[in-house]
Design a protein around this ligand. Sequence first.
Ligand code: PEP
Length: 251
Amino acid sequence: MRKPFIAGNWKMNMNSATAVALAAGLAKELEDVDTVDIAVCPPSVYLQSVAAALSASNIAVGAQNVYFEGNGAFTGEISCDMLKDTGCSYVIIGHSERRHVIGETDELINKKIAAAINSGLLPIFCIGELLEERQAGKTNDVVADQVKKGLAGLCEERIQAITIAYEPVWAIGTGLTATPDQAQQVHGMIRGLLSELYNEDIAERIRIQYGGSAKPDNTSELMAQPDVDGLLVGGASLKVEDFSVMVKAVA
Ligand code: PEP
C-alpha cells in the first residue's frame, strides 16, 4: 500500500518572514496528520529557515532544483550535499518550468536524479506533455520518453528513492486541471512502464503524484484514482488554509 504524498512547490514566491510564517502555520494545522507524507519546497534561500521552523513537525523540506556536480566552479548552482546541509530531504527535479523556461534537457535531468539519489536525497521527478503534444495524441509517447530518459541507468535499488510527478504542462498554473480519468490514464501508463523497466513489485511501490492546478475542490476526485498517490501543488500550497484542507482531505 502506497502512503499518499502531498508536496507544495512554492516556486519563486515568499520572503524570509512569509516563508517561515507559512511553514509555522502548516506545522500547527497539520500536526495530527500521520497517514500522509507532507513536504514543502521553498526557494533555496529560505530552505534553512523553513527547515528550522519545521524541525519538530511532520513536514519535510524539499528544494526546487539541484546541480549534479559535487562542488567547484559552477557559479550559481547548489549541490546535493549543500541541500542536505540545509535540512532538505526531497528535491524537485525536471519541473516543467525548468524544462521549458530554463531549457533543461532529459540528459541533464537524468544526471541530477542520479546525483540526488547517490547523495541520499529523495527526488520528485516531474514529467508531462505540452498542450500541443496532447492535442496531437502524443501524451503517452512524450511522457514515456521522459520517464525512460530521466531514469536511464538507475538500478532497481536506487529507483526506489524516487517519486514521479505527472504534471501536464497545460494544467500548471492555468486553472485547467486534468480530469481524474485523464490523470489515471497517464498514471496507469507510467506504472505499466515502470513494471517493464524494472518489475511489478517496484512499479507498485513507486508513488506517482499528480500536479497541475490541484486545489481543495479537486483533491478528493483526483486522489480517488487508483494510480494517483499524491499531489504536487503549486499555487494552492501558498496558503495555510488551502494546503491544509488538501492534506486533511487525503488523510
Ligand atoms: C507545480 O508548479 O508543480 C504546479 C502543479 O503548479 P499549480 O498547482 O499552480 O498548477
